[in-house]
Design a protein around this ligand. Structure first.
Ligand SMILES: C[S@@+](CC[C@H](N)C(=O)[O-])C[C@H]1O[C@@H](n2cnc3c(N)ncnc32)[C@H](O)[C@@H]1O
Length: 224
């Protein structure tokens, strides 16, 4: 039986898509091509994509680091909020995902602002730390969940003071609060929360969310 609460969350997401966000052929095409290519539907929902867009604007971000590209859906949202000289470096381990993302980013007209790097993110992050480039103003972590704490540590090495850190899928249907969990994704997020709480360069919170994709949440942190 369908959980009536989930049905309500989905209905509200559909309502907001229709009455708040409106249609967006480029983003719709990105999701359609992602599905057609057999990629999993694990992109951020549209309302959260818009939140990433707004946070990019509020932060006046010029340099963004994204860990976990998939088909470039969240990348498009953030790239649209960048000034013309802005850049997103986005990291993806799967060559097939990167190929679909590149086509989606080109159709969205933002490919010139995106530096898409294919390979295991921790390796690419080590390369980025050695590059002389402006430190990042905003970091969005949305890749393999067990490695989230390592991504936070690596992101700190390439962030400026005042940078905004966003970590997706922290709450995981409430399993975050289960001390007995054996799920490596949940354990990764429990370690991530502990790191956010204790790191001397971070001030953080976690916000719970509901929607068509169920019950989850994201962390927001500022690099001090
Ligand atoms: C949740 S999806 C990203 C969704 C995307 N941010 C969006 O909202 O449209 C996670 C992505 O991280 C990639 N990924 C998983 N492990 C990775 C790793 N070690 N390094 C880089 N990317 C990785 C996966 O292949 C997948 O495409």
């Amino acid at each position: 039986m369908t959980d009536p609460t989930t049905t309500t969350f989905g209905a509200v997401d559909a309502y907001l898509q229709e009455h708040l966000l409106g249609g967006d052929p480029v983003l719709d095409a990105a999701l359609a091509d992602s599905a057609a290519a057999g990629l999993p539907p694990i992109n951020v929902p549209p309302t959260q994509g818009k939140m990433l867009y707004l946070l990019t604007r509020l932060q006046r971000a010029v340099a963004i680091l994204e860990i976990g590209t998939l088909a470039g859906y969240s990348t498009i949202w953030m790239a649209r909020a960048l000034p013309p000289h802005g850049r997103i470096v986005t990291l993806e381990s799967e060559a097939r995902h990167a190929e679909v993302a590149r086509a989606n980013l080109a159709r969205a007209g933002v490919l010139d602002r995106v530096d898409l790097r294919v390979g295991p993110a921790l390796e690419t992050l080590a390369v980025l730390a050695d590059e002389t480039r402006a430190p990042f103003d905003l970091i969005f972590i949305d890749a393999d969940k067990p490695r989230t704490p390592e991504y936070i540590e690596a992101a700190l090495r390439v962030s400026r003071p005042g940078a905004l850190l966003i970590v997706d899928n922290v709450v995981r249907s409430g399993e975050l609060a289960n001390p007995e969990t054996t799920d490596e994704n949940v354990r990764g997020m429990q370690r991530a929360v502990a790191l956010l709480a204790s790191h001397p360069r971070l001030e953080a919170t976690v916000i719970q969310t509901v929607g068509a994709k169920g019950y989850d949440g994201f962390a927001l942190a500022v690099v001090t």
